[in-house]
Design a protein around this ligand. Sequence first.
Ligand code: ATP
Length: 514
Amino acid sequence: MSQPVDLFKKLTSHCKEYGFIYQSSEIYDGLSAVYDYGPYGVELKNNIKQYWWMAMVQMHENIVGIDAAIFMHPKTWKASGHVDAFNDPLVDNKDSKKRYRADQLIEGAMDKMLEKAEKEVEKAKKRFGDSFDETLYRQTNDRVVKYTEQASEANRRMNEALKTGDMAALKALIEELEIADPETGSRNWTDVRMFNLMFNTQLGNIAGEEGKLYLRPETAQGIFVNFLNVQKTTRQKLPFGIAQIGKAFRNEIVARQFIFRMREFEQMEMQFFIKPGTQQEWYDYWKQARLKWHLALGTPAEKLRFHDHENLAHYADAAVDIQFQFPFGFKELEGIHSRTDFDLSSHQDLSNKKLQYFDPETNENYVPYVLETSIGCDRMFLALMSHALQEEVVGDDEGNTRDVLKLHPALAPVKCAVMPLKRNEPALVDKAKAIFNQLKFSFQCQYDDTGSIGKLYRRQDAIGTPYCITVDFETLENDTVTVRERDSMVQERVSIDKVAGIVQERVDMKQLFV
Ligand code: ATP
């Protein structure tokens, strides 16, 4: 299909045209990096959330859910480290007045170096054919070695500067690598400075700093401060987890990749409380469990990969991302973090309230360690859409194409559409509506008679509906309909009373767990 950049453009316009996602406040020219979900978008998003909740809460006896408030006591964010350390390095271009994240500019330059090395390897592969020894070539070819070493040296210096908070070193690196504004080519940069990503607002009845409230930048802290409430009220024993789905807010510096990086977004997070010393075992367990969750949806394994963090956040002793191959490259989709006892201990210190677990096996009190899985619902949405949207030639005619959204049926926004073969035949319309009125009790269903049958099929393909049920003249004679399957486009004639069962079997979320 099309080139990646075209694919991304196509994807964003598809999302709008078919009612998945709209720019927020579009009539006022939109609000940057804020989006609204339309009728099909909200269904897909709810299904993603349901799949995650089922996998985490319903399928684990030792994981329970909560729904904490977005506003929290301001001390929460002091304890969590967000007030002091939730910063990104920002740099402005003096000519274009555009703002960038310094680390992302440097990463972009590193990617280009690595791309150059890959191109050399690809060229050599073609030149030498079967006799090509790729490993040897990578180790010995001057140009490949030079580009790879340059990238790794830039990476080392960037990580060092980020770790020590040395903004001047970041600026120097940008200059040495001759990084230009990606949009204008200008190299006229300001100094790099740190920028806190939390939005704040003011509590109504308290003036000044005292009443300063933050919009939560992650849902995790609502879980930590409720750790003992939940443990006591559910009588859970370690290891156990608390899961939550909810909004988070970050004043992102650069937010130009549609719903990949938003200022208001939704997270699905689970904190797993464990005995100190068992973190490696649980880290390995959750890495595999989360990868399995993605693969069950039919996402090809080569589009997913683990990426270890080199630059660990202040709270972590190990961290890995599950990256997905988005149309603009491999990027973080989900994070798995071994958070030690950092959060519970900090809250315990600042609140002066004990946040400890009494271990009945050892008769000891201790602060548990935590293993976190954290995924953005919107990023998951984007990953699914970018893999599912396909342009296909129908039959032998190259000019006859369809856009089809090959989402897993369990996640599809609409499970089946019912349509009369002809919209001006009252008997067909009545029958189709009667079938729709039965099916709607079982799943999200749609009645449609707004166009020719061919157009209706195309529209349902474009929103990912796994089944189309068509009522024709034979239906009136023998109570059978045609059932058209989205991907194969094969139509099967079945009796009306079998339809619900056929659809249910394929759209049931249970099949994602077997
Ligand atoms: P990034 O490096 O991309 O900024 P992060 O490492 O800051 O992400 P985490 O703090 O680990 O992200 O957040 C967990 C998950 O929340 C991410 O894996 C991602 O799916 C999602 N997420 C984070 N920031 C955003 C955002 N601005 N818009 C949409 N989703 C986000």
